[in-house]
Design a protein around this ligand. Structure first.
Ligand SMILES: [Zn+2]
Ligand SMILES: [Zn+2]
Length: 245
């Protein structure tokens, strides 16, 4: 019992009462601050209990109790009273204490119930969020699988295109070689001192410039000087190889 203290019965205060308590005849207890507002500085004639609104008109309806009485006070407060009165006073004081403990127990039950309800709502909210996040995660995994499959298909398509480019490039080079041989054969049949001198070239480039050289009267250059590059209609200097091998 020594570890148990009263609490202010103002639900918004509930200050722990260790030294002074203001006790009402309706069995409620209040701290100094609440007593000052409700009892001491109350300008109204009708003083009421802040907890239960009971009217407290009598002188001893509100008393100040010293919760840490001195040994002298303990010796003197009931001294001289008959044992039955002492027991009656003690009984009423114990009833007051019992009521306060019961009230505190009910308050704690109500508080625990509110906390339990709050925890239940939080748990339900968390479970809903977890379910939503799991669904989102599942959806993202499916999207990722689709993207992975799409990426795989695109990589496969790129590989196919690369192979086709290599094949086409080889074909172009073969055609260039055939073209050069045909031109060599043609130029060997040209008479000397013809318009070939109008197109002197030290190096043969395949492309628009090379096409300009395709003249039946053009001079023939050594095949070893030829620069084998695919013809590009867009780049006069000749197309660059799409891939380096
Ligand atoms: Zn209080
Ligand atoms: Zn009251």
């Amino acid at each position: 019992m020594a570890d148990i203290d009263l609490n202010c019965n103002n639900a918004k205060c509930r200050k722990r009462l260790t030294n002074i308590a203001w006790i009402t005849s309706c069995s409620h207890a209040f701290c100094d601050k609440d007593a000052e507002v409700s009892f001491l500085n109350n300008s109204q004639d009708d003083i009421v209990c802040p907890a239960c609104k009971t009217s407290l008109p009598e002188k001893h309806d509100v008393v100040q109790a010293d919760l840490k009485p001195t040994e002298k006070f303990k010796s003197m407060v009931l001294a001289g009273l008959r044992p039955d009165i002492i027991m009656d006073i003690a009984n009423r004081a114990l009833t007051f204490w019992q009521y306060q403990m019961y009230q505190e127990l009910e308050y704690q039950k109500s508080f625990l119930k509110q906390c339990g309800n709050k925890i239940s709502r939080i748990e339900e909210n968390c479970e809903n969020q977890i379910t939503k996040l799991k669904n989102d995660l599942q959806k993202e995994r499916r999207n990722n699988e689709v993207l992975q499959e799409d990426l795989k298909n695109k990589e496969h398509r790129i590989t196919e295109l690369h192979d086709q480019i290599v094949e086409k490039n080889q074909l172009v080079q073969n055609l260039m070689a055939v073209n050069i041989k045909l031109r060599c054969n043609t130029n060997k049949t040209q008479p000397a001192n013809t318009d070939c001198e109008m197109y002197p070239r030290k190096k043969y480039n395949i492309g628009p410039q090379a096409l300009a050289d395709i003249n039946p009267q053009a001079g023939l250059l050594n095949e070893t000087e030829f620069d084998f590059r695919p013809v590009s209609p867009l780049k006069p200097e000749g197309a660059k190889m799409p891939f380096q091998y």
